[in-house]
Design a protein around this ligand. Structure first.
Ligand code: HEC
Ligand code: HEC
Ligand code: HEC
Ligand code: HEC
Ligand code: HEC
Ligand code: HEC
Ligand code: HEC
Length: 408
């Protein structure tokens, strides 16, 4: 009873919020933007007609970015000997309490246990690994449910080196299971969850409402009406009733990606999951101050960096889709050089005379270099783990210019 009451109240508040918006945010009813949860049909409903997009999409990191923890999704090793993360080894640290984490596969699921203290008196805490966020391109962080609340587990998986690390955000050397998962985290890594409060930092959810992974309808809007029109043959006359970002103005196309790819330091002005593709993102978040960032941060600001590139500033049609097809898995970086050559002649590169045609194999590493970031950082024992990301500011990097000048 309580749950129903709270979600009704929330819908009412969301509705009131929208009815107070400016005219350009009112969306025609029957359009995929004006949908209740019941109008979302899920990815399998698209497969029969859009086999090409659907069969490749299920392997993408968007689709895999959150999942229930099970055999297919755990990635890490639970075998004896590889399932321990030692932070303080009490046999070496005289007088200090030891600390290690043990990851175990049991009959009813996967568990993390923290063990601390002296051999004579050990304290333990255990929690079940319920959900995983992160496809594993870089790593994966596990979450657990406690009642209607969701928390981050202390140990994450890091793909580079196939190892366990302290979860980013937790202090090295502590036993802490208390980092709450707020709706913003799931807004980027899942398709839906119904929060039980309008406070954007609140950590109370209707567990049964969770839709994991990023689904087709995150970017295309709810699909029920599109399906109905396809089935009764009215799509041709009445319209497809599905959003195609290719038809959005460039800025709205980039807004769709910026919902999740413009850094995490931002302030929402509308409830999580209320964003409708095609609408200005500024209706949902306070505008970010003009970006001064020169490097990718954690939750990379590809949008802010690309927007500073002369390629982007001088090409009114350029968007993320100029290079990325989000329906297919990422290709090796160098393969994107062909996209550069759609707009540039290789001969116009400053080093083309010296290095010849070979530069066409890889424009990327020189003009979009990989950099180490300081934001996804895990301090684990005496090691530090950092994520590398590609810089989306396409330009001539001074370090390369001086290198190439020196070789002349
Ligand atoms: C019964 C068959 C059918 C199903 C199921 C279906 N579609 Fe479509 N869809 C079509 C046809 C036919 C078109 C028009 C031809 C085309 O663009 O491929 C279309 C067009 C589209 C377009 C382009 C619209 C435009 O204006 O350019 C998008 C995007 C789309 N569908 C997404 C989806 C998504 C997402 C789902 C699942 C929620 C889905 N479709 C389910 C048949 C279907
Ligand atoms: C709802 C949030 C969301 C939206 C919208 C979104 N992305 Fe992502 N994207 C993510 C997340 C989360 C990841 C990281 C997935 C992972 O590895 O767990 C990601 C990863 C990626 C990657 C890396 C893929 C890989 O295999 O390494 C690319 C490229 C990308 N997104 C491009 C785009 C583009 C282009 C758009 C706009 C058309 C877009 N994304 C829209 C959330 C989003
Ligand atoms: C992260 C956002 C995102 C997700 C998720 C996504 N799409 Fe798309 N989709 C796009 C964008 C952007 C375009 C337009 C690409 C372009 O500019 O050519 C598009 C275009 C399409 C089109 C039109 C293709 C055409 O040639 O006209 C169809 C059909 C489609 N998507 C189906 C799907 C289906 C089915 C899924 C799920 C299996 C899906 N999409 C998931 C962003 C997304
Ligand atoms: C504003 C959107 C956003 C928010 C909020 C966000 N993430 Fe992410 N996250 C991303 C994107 C996008 C990526 C992919 C790396 C990139 O391009 O920055 C990513 C990457 C990750 C990865 C690494 C995935 C991989 O395999 O490469 C993990 C793990 C992760 N996020 C967990 C979390 C957790 C846990 C939270 C909440 C506490 C969170 N993220 C909040 C957007 C977000
Ligand atoms: C959609 C077309 C388009 C694409 C795709 C594109 N560029 Fe550009 N790029 C431009 C335009 C236009 C300029 C500005 C030329 C001018 O102002 O003279 C430019 C400028 C540049 C510059 C000079 C930057 C500066 O700050 O002086 C470099 C370097 C560059 N591009 C490299 C690349 C590389 C490498 C790629 C592929 C990763 C790429 N471009 C993709 C259109 C594009
Ligand atoms: C000029 C081509 C180009 C454009 C335009 C472009 N990207 Fe990328 N992007 C790349 C390349 C190349 C990679 C590296 C792919 C790899 O390593 O396999 C990449 C990687 C990524 C990744 C993976 C994380 C990382 O940084 O390594 C994300 C996320 C991403 N792009 C998002 C976006 C978004 C969002 C936009 C639009 C704002 C965008 N990209 C526009 C070329 C481009
Ligand atoms: C080995 C590194 C390297 C590779 C590979 C490379 N570039 Fe460059 N590029 C440079 C450097 C360095 C400069 C600046 C040269 C100078 O000003 O002395 C430059 C300059 C440019 C410029 C700016 C020219 C101007 O004067 O504004 C463009 C455009 C460009 N490159 C495009 C490309 C494209 C397209 C490719 C792939 C076909 C490519 N580059 C491959 C290093 C590289």
């Amino acid at each position: 009873m309580i749950r129903v009451g709270a979600s009704l109240l929330l819908s009412l508040i969301v509705w009131l919020y929208h009815s107070g918006q400016s005219a350009n945010q009112i969306i025609a009813s029957g359009s995929p933007g004006h949908a209740g949860r019941g109008d979302y049909v899920g990815d399998t409903a698209c497969t029969s007609c859009h086999g090409q997009q659907s069969t490749s999409y299920i392997h993408t990191s968007h689709s895999l970015t959150s999942r229930p923890v099970n055999k297919d999704s755990v990635l890490a090793s639970f075998t004896e000997g590889r399932n321990i993360l030692t932070i303080v080894d009490s046999t070496n640290a005289a007088g200090q309490p030891g600390l290690y984490f043990k990851m175990e596969e049991k009959e009813d699921g996967y568990y993390q246990t923290a063990v601390t203290g002296f051999d004579s008196q050990l304290l333990t805490r255990t929690a079940r690994m319920d959900l995983v966020t992160g496809s594993g391109v870089r790593g994966a962080t596990y979450l657990y449910w406690e009642g209607d609340q969701l928390f981050e587990l202390p140990v994450s998986y890091w793909t580079d080196g196939h190892r366990w690390i302290n979860s980013p955000g937790y202090t090295n050397g502590t036993v802490d299971f208390s980092r709450p998962i707020n709706p913003g985290c799931l807004e980027c890594h899942a398709s839906y969850i119904q929060p039980l409060s309008t406070d954007p930092m609140a950590n109370h959810y209707d567990r049964t409402s969770l839709v994991t992974g990023i689904t087709c309808e995150r970017c295309h809007g709810a699909g029920a009406e599109h399906l109905a029109r396809q089935r009764d043959g009215t799509a041709g006359t009445a319209g497809q009733a599905i959003l195609n970002p290719a038809r959005f103005p460039r800025d709205r196309q980039v807004d769709l990606c910026a919902l999740c790819h413009n850094g995490i330091r931002r302030e929402a002005t509308a409830p999580a999951f209320s964003y409708v593709p095609g609408q200005p993102l500024s209706n949902y978040f306070k505008p970010l101050p003009v970006s001064t960032a020169e490097h990718p941060d954690v939750h990379g600001n590809q949008v802010g960096l690309l927007e500073r590139s002369r390629c982007y500033l001088s090409s009114p049609q350029m968007s993320c889709s100029t290079c990325h097809d989000v329906h297919a898995v990422e290709r090796p970086a160098a393969a994107y050089s062909e996209r550069c050559l759609n707009c540039h002649k290789w001969q116009s590169c400053g080093v083309s005379k010296r290095l010849g045609h070979a530069i066409t194999n890889n424009c990327i590493d020189c003009h979009m270099p990989v950099e180490q970031t300081n934001v996804i950082v895990s301090e684990t024992g005496d090691r530090i783990v950092q994520a590398s990301m590609r810089n989306h500011w396409i330009k001539v990097y001074p370090s390369l210019r001086s290198k190439s000048a020196a070789k002349h």
